[in-house]
Design a protein around this ligand. Structure first.
Ligand code: ADP
Length: 485
């Protein structure tokens, strides 16, 4: 049973135009706890009708919200931030219930998610235009930055709060309004955020939540609407491509945070203990279900054995179980499909000669729980090399030279995050510059923070979230040319 000290955070309706409502079609979908497989709640199952209604409401709210001075919008966001933090424990419980991650990680995510609200409350007040020297003495040129307008957001289940706040907060901060479709698996955190936003004073229609399992229908309504001027998406590269195609019809701005295939490179001059610590954090957070998880571990030949020994020892200390149990460090995978996919990737490797030094199959564990696994004797023909694993599985590859490590690191269509451990300053510069990634962790396994720009290159996406750059994605530049001066 999920008990909250603030029961009003467990919502049973959609939030559209400042009202808690049912879906027109009266149908529902269920939200499950991935650890126990028990149903948490049934929610109204939104479709295109609800999406259109929310878009209309956002359009109406836009007219007044964009006129509110930045300082006042910031005040609303700061209140929202405070309310999220005041309810950190309940939100964390809700998150662990619907998503499965260990409670300690959920608490950390609530704080991380809230940090975007605080950050963009501050940044929203620092939107500046330019004055530009004109070529004509009778002209003056200035630029304005204005909100793009109505935004649609589609978010994934792996970070049920942070992936929402880092879109909704910058949008609201600069005067946009926004309609959110949260992941089907994790709508409860989204609705709880909306409840707190309502209390904070976000006006009706400025932020609506259209939850449901008809992703294609809701997404179609969002992408085809000429009212929606921007789509911001976090999820798989495959769906991102589809959504970009759909947005072409109305030439929407898009922000895309897509998949990754992060190399984690350990050079011979690395501090091996620090590298193991960084790898544990990068690989096993959220049971390996993050887009910045280390995916391919590349270790220089001369330190390979020593590193792998230390790594396997650290992995053996992980504790798999229900995330709401104290001391558990690895929760379940999100659902059956995820389990099947991770199992297939591991099987494909072991059938072709890979050796599981620890873990390897979910036998003996409850369904959805996959054991932390380290694979040796892996090669580049295997899916563990080319696919985003999205599970607690670490394939360890051997390399000889720095050039080879960079080449292998870049041998993927993805370009979100990369990590490497080294101490030589020349090497640190060369490798940092050589890796084709949006984010590089150097002697650091955890790179996410609201103050830095998060985003990928190549097929990992377009745009940046967080930092001073994250606000640009929600602004248009208008150039004013004044003649006759
Ligand atoms: P993941 O593998 O993380 O579930 P997805 O890309 O499948 O990644 O899902 C991310 C988000 O995109 C979720 O909110 C999901 O419901 C939504 N989604 C999935 N398919 C579509 C689609 N065809 N149109 C719009 N949204 C979609």
């Amino acid at each position: 049973m999920l008990t909250l000290s603030n029961p009003s955070l467990l919502r049973s309706q959609l939030y559209i135009n400042g009202e808690w409502v049912h879906a027109d079609n009266e149908t529902t979908f269920s939200v499950y706890n991935p650890a126990t497989r028990e149903k948490i709640i049934d929610l109204p199952n939104a479709g295109a009708t609800e999406a259109h209604r929310a878009i209309q409401a956002a359009d109406k709210a836009l007219a007044s919200w964009k006129q509110v001075v930045a300082k006042e919008r910031a005040t609303v966001l700061k209140r929202w931030f405070q309310l999220i933090m005041d309810n950190q424990e309940d939100l964390a419980r809700l998150m662990t219930a619907e998503q499965g991650k260990p409670l300690a990680e959920s608490r950390a995510e609530v704080a991380y998610g809230a940090s975007f609200v605080e950050w963009f409350a501050e940044e929203g007040r620092r939107v500046y235009g330019d004055t530009i020297a004109a070529n004509n003495p009778n002209q003056r040129i200035v630029t304005l930055k204005q909100p793009v307008g109505v935004v649609a957001a589609i978010t994934p289940w792996n970070f049920p709060i942070a992936m929402i706040t880092r879109k909704v907060a910058p949008a609201l901060a600069v005067g946009c309004t926004i309609v959110l479709k949260p992941a089907t698996e994790t709508p409860l955190c989204a609705l709880a955020l909306a409840k707190l936003g309502e209390e904070a004073g976000i006006p009706a229609g400025a932020f609506s939540v259209v939850a449901g399992n008809k992703a294609r229908e809701i997404g179609g309504a969002m992408t085809s609407s000429p009212t929606v001027r921007k789509l911001t998406f976090t999820g798989s590269t495959e769906i991102g491509k589809t959504l970009m195609e759909q947005c072409a019809g109305t030439i929407k701005k898009t922000s895309m945070e897509l998949g990754g295939n992060a190399p984690f490179i350990v050079f011979d001059d690395a501090d091996l203990d620090a590298a193991v610590q960084g790898l544990m954090a990068s690989k096993f957070r959220n049971a390996g279900q993050t887009c910045v998880c280390a995916n391919r571990i590349l270790v220089q030949e001369s330190v390979y054995d020593a590193f792998v020994d230390k790594f396997v020892t650290a992995v053996s200390a992980l504790k798999v179980g229900d995330g709401s149990t104290e001391g558990v460090t690895i929760g379940p995978l999100i659902n059956d499909d995820a389990y099947t996919k991770v199992s297939a990737i591991v099987r494909q490797a072991t059938n072709n000669g890979a050796e599981a030094l620890i873990g390897g199959s979910g036998k003996g564990l409850d369904k959805n729980f996959f054991p932390p696994t380290v694979l040796a004797n892996v090669d580049r023909s295997m899916d563990v090399y080319s696919e985003e694993i999205f599970g607690p599985v670490a394939p360890v590859f051997k390399f000889k030279t720095e050039e080879e490590a960079i080449r292998i690191g870049n041998d993927t269509p993805f370009g979100l995050s990369a990590y490497f451990y080294a101490r030589d300053i020349g090497r640190i510069w060369r490798v940092s510059e050589g890796l084709d990634y949006g984010i590089v962790g150097i002697n650091e396994g955890i790179i996410s923070t609201e103050v830095a720009p998060f985003g990928g290159v190549k097929e990992s996406g377009i745009g940046r979230e967080g930092s001073k750059y994250g606000i640009d994605d929600y602004l248009e530049i208008k150039y004013l040319c004044m003649g006759g001066v």
